[in-house]
Design a protein around this ligand. Sequence first.
Ligand code: G3H
Ligand code: 13P
Ligand code: ZN
Length: 328
Amino acid sequence: PLVSMRQLLDHAAEHGYGVPAFNVNNMEQVKAIMEAAAETDSPVILQASAGARKYAGEPFLRHLILAAAEAYPQIPVCMHQDHGTSPAVNIRAIQSAFSSVMMDGSLLEDGKTPSDWDYNVAVTRKVVDLAHACGVSVEGELGCLGSLETGMAGEEDGIGAEGKLDHSKLLTDPDEAAEFVKLTKVDALAIAIGTSHGAYKFTRPPTGDVLAISRIKEIHARIPNTHLVMHGSSSVPQDWLKIINENGGDLGETYGVPVAEIVEGIKHGVRKVNIDTDLRMAATGSIRKYMAENPKKFDPRDYLKPAMAGMKGICKARYEAFGTAGNA
Ligand code: G3H
Ligand code: 13P
Ligand code: ZN
């Protein structure tokens, strides 16, 4: 069945686990995630970005997610709008059956320019009022996602601030978080604690303290009833990076957020963990390898099957590591 994010994350908080929220754009991603969830008995958050709307179109996204819920009646599924950058986008999502939305007021509607406090509070409060009246939960965002190492938001064409970020915005302030939640009544809050979107998060192998875990603890202590959301949570698996680079790809050397750091965050209030890049890498690595080894094949099903298997492997590993498994 379709459920709201609040329902899923309240259960996660009560039992101390986290739920990965995977971005979806097509059927293969949806199927890979659902197969992994069914095999591990995990609740699911499927989220669609503005880019996904542009790529697949809203009817296809909606029906793909509804198909997932229909095909797996035993698995609770949340249909979430990722990074809605205006009330209008989120209202459209609510109208078309999404059970959860994100009003990302940390950036202006262009998805690139950092906003100010008053703007963020006003747009987020407006969406919460409307969404709650419809039984839909809301995620807000405070602070600007960016790597503490590079000061950059990452992600060239997706969502993220342009240029080098002001260091004070890279870590969400706990007092401001408490005030923001009080004023807006969001169900969940995306916080800036050192992650960034995309494949280029860190230039050196992470040492084990790449995230500001102490800041997560401080924020959680101030807003214990608001679920914390970690964006930019891909781990940039080195095995997939190698497969891509050995089969004609050229992603260079790059590192993501270690799974162990995310697990540490989950111990301190992180409940929703956004992952897109890792599934993109598993799909691309699988397809590159398949194409290199099977030059005579041309049926898309032949190479999309290994792509699904690669993505499914990542999903299962995250469901198990985050403690989601067994909680459907
Ligand atoms: O927020 C970033 C997600 O990875 C979505 O990316 O806008 O390219 O679909 P996208
Ligand atoms: P990654 O690019 O690290 O997968 O982050 C995805 C994300 O935060 C989507 O909102
Ligand atoms: Zn994000």
